[in-house]
Design a protein. Sequence first.
Length: 130
Amino acid sequence: MKEKRESEIKIMLCACKECSNSNGFFNNLLKLGKGLEENKTFDAIEKFTLALASKERLIIINALKEQDRCVCELETILDKSQSTISHHLRKLVVAGLIQGYKKQKFTYYHLFKEELVKNLDILNQTLHVI
């Protein structure tokens, strides 16, 4: 952080918190930020929430809850093209939530329900505010 910006922030911190030692308060906040930044749980949550950050992917997850489905079924459910479905499926595969497998000439996808539940639990534990 640039010196000028650091000074500006220290002034603002003392104005909003009425502190007498802006250096100590500032350093404690920096330490807190670095600790949160290094928290690997946040990396896992980010990967998980990015995979869920689409209505189409949420629909795919729900469609896979009851049974494995082939891409053509998902195309029909979502009324989207195969390339669009493949894009969404890749995001879910990278997050470790689904896996594709070949059955004859079709690719089917399976939802790892345990992985979904595990990630939801991690998210809940990390962000639990009560």
